[in-house]
Design a protein around this ligand. Structure first.
Ligand SMILES: Nc1nc2c(ncn2[C@@H]2O[C@H](COP(=O)(O)OP(=O)(O)OP(=O)(O)O)[C@@H](O)[C@H]2O)c(=O)[nH]1
Ligand SMILES: [Zn+2]
Length: 205
């Protein structure tokens, strides 16, 4: 199947996509038949193709190198905490391919060189890892680990608060339950005073 052009909010520009749309279409048609639907009825005729395009977007992070997101850094001589709170997160759990959604909060203390990255890059990093089949724990630590390796800061903290549709729409059917995960690295892991200060700013309750 020829590669198709999918415009992504990930990079802000159209990206040539390698997703096998035709294969997804066939699979979705099979699912519709398996659940007892008629994939040829008027309202469903375009559904397999729509779902294929939607999956290409939802999993676009599989084809983006997250390290590239942090290729821009700035000299700032800032050696204190930088925190971006309430970054919208939407991902798909890898167990059920159902959405989980919530907020990411990211904080870091720049390294001795005082270099910082663009604030939007923190949100872009979340986006790259979220647009993959995920578990919330891995998404949280992947963001923290990449920041540590690419930005070489003194410390990093990443907190995610999400509601999982696989717990709300099916299974146990408990809507409103929030899962909170954190990944703490560097000085924010070893120094409890710095960590408490960061956490108080991240989750002010
Ligand atoms: N740790 C973790 N678990 C997740 C995440 N997303 C979904 N799950 C869980 O993955 C588990 C899969 O459990 P299984 O017993 O294999 O599947 P299941 O029979 O569909 O489980 P139920 O949801 O309990 O009905 C469930 O407990 C989900 O709540 C996540 O991001 N992190
Ligand atoms: Zn799930």
């Amino acid at each position: 199947m020829a590669a198709r052009l999918i415009s992504g909010k990930l990079t802000g520009r159209p990206v040539e996509d390698a997703v096998d749309l035709g294969r997804i279409e066939k699979a979705v048609r099979e699912i519709l038949i398996a659940v007892g639907e008629d994939p040829d009825r008027d309202g469903l005729q375009q559904t397999p193709a729509r779902v294929a395009r939607a999956y290409a977007e939802l999993f676009a992070g599989l084809r983006v190198d997250p390290a590239q997101v942090l290729s821009t850094t700035f000299e700032a001589n800032h050696e204190e905490l930088v925190i971006v709170r309430d970054i919208d997160v939407m991902s798909l759990c890898e167990h059920h391919l159902l959405p989980f959604r919530g907020s990411a909060h990211i904080g870091y203390i720049p390294g001795p060189d005082g270099r910082i990255t663009g604030l939007s890059k923190l949100a872009r990093l979340v986006e790259v890892f979220a647009r993959r089949p995920q578990v919330q724990e891995r998404l949280t630590s992947q963001v923290a680990d990449l920041l540590m390796s690419k930005l070489a800061p003194r410390g990093v903290v990443v907190v995610l608060e999400c509601e999982h549709m696989c717990m709300a729409m099916r299974g146990i059917q408990k809507s409103g339950a929030k899962t909170i995960t954190s990944a703490v690295r560097g000085i924010l892991q070893t120094d409890s005073k710095s960590r408490s200060e960061a956490m108080a700013l991240i989750i002010p309750r």
